[in-house]
Design a protein around this ligand. Structure first.
Ligand code: ADP
Ligand code: MG
Length: 784
């Protein structure tokens, strides 16, 4: 299969190269005219792109040479062909993925707007939009970078111009937030994103896997402050592990035992903690449980100036201003006994998985994808296609060096750096966290070895430092992901010294990232070396290895002989520990996906409704439907009918007309009669509103606003509910039930309730608002 595929791709590549050669004869004007010719052939039909692919790619090849001075290598054309066929092209670092991407991007640009190149950070988006933009513009396409320019605020971007462009360079988070904000818009004029046709994702593994666990969240108005945080924290601190609560093997989850529940009921003096009545208290207990026994100070967060500051798990950086959602942050504040900050509501949220699955067509490229082939296929329906390197790779990947103690390992690596430094060979020291980077930096200082430390001030600075990491005598200390996507050049002289040496100081969370790090050396057939130094005290090992290994490490921590053989049980233990971590992360992503599935369906339905409302020219049938549903609902809730005109009047005062005065006596009415009266009152009120806004334009404007607001009120509430619900169900105490199934059931119920709320809110907004018509056709509305 793969062989066939490859042969097929090769055939297309030959076609492209032949055409490109013939295009050399064309004048600049002729070549530029090809864009229009191709556009005419495609004529806005995505299915015809395949047919023009060879010609389009050939145009890019020839134009790239003329405009950028770069002629794509055959392997780059191959990568571009594979990407158009639903693949993630695995192309090693330095193979020129930026240029490769211009072929599919140009091809899709022929269809007009809706095509995105997604990069891992803002610096790369701006850089590539600028560099490659010259090529697209020369060929007559429009291109934009969607990330804010230096010093620009995100809200000051000209979003209409940006998203009208045929090709947009952006980051995953910029795109995600713009998408969410688009769906909080009040009118189509406030929406900027057009269709989501094609996304080509650079560093696809970083974007699709490494960032995929954390959903994008827009927070809004603070929630009413709860006073449960402290009491929940106090109670939970009294519990005993095993007896009262349990922690999952991967240390990521905790739940109460039945005994724990009973204990808490006693402390709190409540009857049945698991009933509806105590849902909110129970939620706080769950949060407190996780805050106290899952979240670890100094690893997940630090406390600074009486504030809880989160830490990026990947690189150990502090994340000032970032907060955990759905009350988790407040639970941590209670645990650490600092002031509890206002809790923000989640207003809109989406996972990266869902964001990217909305595109009609996806493609990706990265140096490292093959290890996670299965997940790409399962989640994104993308295959991985390995593209050979342009020149043979001659990098030497040495086997790991194993040590017992961390200390012994550190000293050995410093010796390696010293030796390289003395002969002038550049070294890139890669660590798993910022903390370790700093430690290294100190060790090197003591040895008087000058070096650069990537301290993560900014992406631009990181890129600048990494760019020079291949120079003679350069020693650079960096965390694993820092400066990704920046090209490291080496000189002839450095080549003769063996090229860049990548020194991994511990195994990273998965093999893929290890490979990514190795890939920084030996690009484009240049010499280079890579080696990992690992110890039994590394984070990956201590957290995941069996007890026997940890005991061994402990017993022999001070032995004279610290090196271990790279064969047999220790290497296996290290590999397995890494594998455990890899699996955990994959499982967490699948869990996110499964939980996200419910909110995805609900979100899509709501967003569709919103869009429909914003464009609607006739909302009366919808309004009538809401009125009837609300009136019927009022009736059915009172099935145990008592002659109670007071309830009816209160409902009217509250929701329809605060100044209502009945022209007749309402006592003694049957249930059905009450429903009729209610409906009539609503319709009368609507008439009164209509009289104030006699122009059809103003009336529909008001209706749209009122209905949209009702939908948003309901949905924002629902999003927040779902978020809290997820927190609670993830740690349900009853072991037998499948939490995801529970969540889906509850979420479905909450959705129905939301629909009822929305209808009532439609009634309220339409009958009970103050309206002032404006000269420009709009209406100033004060909603109830
Ligand atoms: P990658 O993203 O695959 O790591 P880049 O796109 O950053 O690689 O490109 C690495 C370097 O190779 C850049 O300096 C780029 O200009 C150069 N390059 C890419 N393609 C070509 C080519 N066809 N001919 C010459 N140089 C190229
Ligand atoms: Mg790149």
């Amino acid at each position: 299969m793969a062989v066939l595929q490859k042969r097929h791709y090769q055939k297309t590549v030959r076609q492209v190269l032949m055409l490109a050669e013939s295009y050399q004869q064309m004048s600049d004007e002729e070549l530029q005219q090809q864009t229009q010719i191709l556009k005419d052939q495609v004529n806005g039909d995505q299915k015809r792109l395949k047919a023009v692919l060879p010609a389009a790619y050939a145009v890019v090849c020839e134009a790239a040479e003329r405009v950028l001075g770069l002629r794509p290598y055959p392997v780059q054309v191959l990568g571009a062909v594979a990407m158009e066929d639903g693949n993630i092209a695995e192309m090693k670092t330095g193979e020129g993925k930026t240029l490769t991407a211009t072929m599919p991007m140009y091809l899709h640009g022929l269809m007009g707007s809706g095509n995105f190149l997604i990069t891992a950070n803002e610096y790369l988006a701006a850089r590539d939009a600028h560099d490659m933009g010259k090529l697209y513009r020369w060929l007559g396409l429009t291109v934009a970078s969607a990330v804010p320019e230096l010093g620009q605020k995100p809200e000051d971007r000209d979003l209409d111009t940006i998203y009208q462009a045929d090709i947009v360079y952006t980051t995953n988070s910029t795109l995600g937030f713009d998408y969410l904000f688009d769906n909080l818009a009040k009118s189509p004029q406030e929406q900027h994103l057009r269709s989501l046709n094609f996304a080509l994702i650079d560093e696809a593994d970083a974007v699709l896997l490494d960032t995929a666990q954390t959903p994008l969240v827009i927070s809004g108005v603070p929630r009413v402050q709860s006073n449960y945080y402290q009491s929940a924290d106090q109670v939970v601190k009294l519990l005993q592990e095993q007896d009262d609560y349990e922690i999952s093997d991967d240390l990521k989850n905790a739940w109460f035992t039945p005994q724990g529940i009973v204990k808490m009921e006693q402390y709190l003096d409540v009857d049945n903690l698991l009933t509806q009545e105590w849902t909110d208290l129970y939620r706080h207990l769950v949060l407190a449980l996780r805050a106290n026994y899952i979240q670890k100070r100094e690893r997940n967060y630090v406390v600074k100036d009486n504030e809880v500051v989160l830490i990026d798990a990947e690189n150990g950086r502090e994340l000032p201003g970032m907060k955990m959602q759905a009350g988790m942050h407040q639970a941590l504040e209670a645990k650490e006994q600092v002031e509890i900050t206002p809790e923000q509501r989640t207003m809109a949220t989406i996972t990266y998985q869902d964001l990217f699955r909305m595109f009609k067509q996806l493609a990706g490229m990265t140096g490292t994808a093959a290890t996670d082939k299965k997940e790409f296929l399962e989640v994104y329906n993308l295959s991985v296609f390995k593209v050979p390197t342009n020149r043979p790779n001659i990098r030497k990947d040495f086997p790991d060096h194993l040590f017992i103690s961390n200390r012994a390992k550190l000293l050995a690596t410093v010796d390696v750096v010293k030796a390289a430094y003395q002969k002038g060979q550049p070294v890139l020291v890669e660590t798993g966290s910022l903390e370790l980077s700093e430690l290294y930096s100190n060790l090197l200082l003591k040895e008087r070895i000058p070096h650069s430390l990537l301290n993560a001030r900014s992406e631009v600075k990181e890129a600048e430092i990494i760019r020079h990491a291949g120079e003679k005598g350069a020693i650079t200390v960096a965390t694993s992901m820092a400066g990704r996507g920046t090209d490291i050049n080496i000189s002839k002289e450095v080549e003769e010294l063996g090229g860049l040496l990548v020194l991994g100081t511990e195994r990273m969370q998965n093999r893929r990232i290890d490979n990514q790090l190795r890939g920084r050396a030996g690009r484009q057939g240049a010499p280079g070396e890579s080696v990992f130094y690992v110890s039994l005290e590394d984070k990956v090992v201590t957290e995941n290895a069996p007890k026997s290994i940890r005991r061994f490490a402990h017993r022999h921590a001070h032995d004279q002989q610290q090196t271990l053989s790279n064969h047999g049980r220790f290497r296996n233990a290290i590999n397995r520990s890494q594998q455990i971590l890899t699996n955990q992360e994959r499982n967490a992503r699948f869990e996110t996906l499964q939980y996200g599935e419910v909110s995805r369906i609900q979100r899509e339905s709501i967003y569709q409704t919103r869009n429909w409302i914003m464009q609607a020219t006739q909302l009366d049938p919808l309004v009538t439907m809401c009125f009837e549903a609300v009136a019927q609902g009022f009736g059915s809730k009172r099935a145990d009918w008592v002659d109670d005109s007071q309830t009816l009047l209160e409902f009217i005062y509250q929701n329809v007309d605060p100044d209502y005065q009945s022209s007749r006596d309402l006592s003694g009415l049957s249930n059905e009669e009450q429903v009729k009266v209610l409906l009539q009152v609503m319709q009368d009120r609507l008439q009164v509103m209509h009289q104030q806004l006699p122009h059809q334009d103003q009336w529909i404007y008001f209706e749209r606003l009122a209905v949209l607001r009702a939908v948003d009120q309901g949905w924002v509430e629902q999003v927040d509910q779902l978020d809290m619900l997820m927190q609670v169900t993830k740690s349900r105490s009853i072991a037998q039930v499948n939490p995801i199934f529970e969540y889906q059931k509850e979420a479905q119920k909450a959705y129905q309730t939301m629909r009822e709320h929305i209808k009532l809110q439609v009634v309220r907004n339409l009958t009970n608002s103050d309206v002032i018509p404006q000269p420009d056709g709009t209406v100033d509305v004060e909603f109830p």
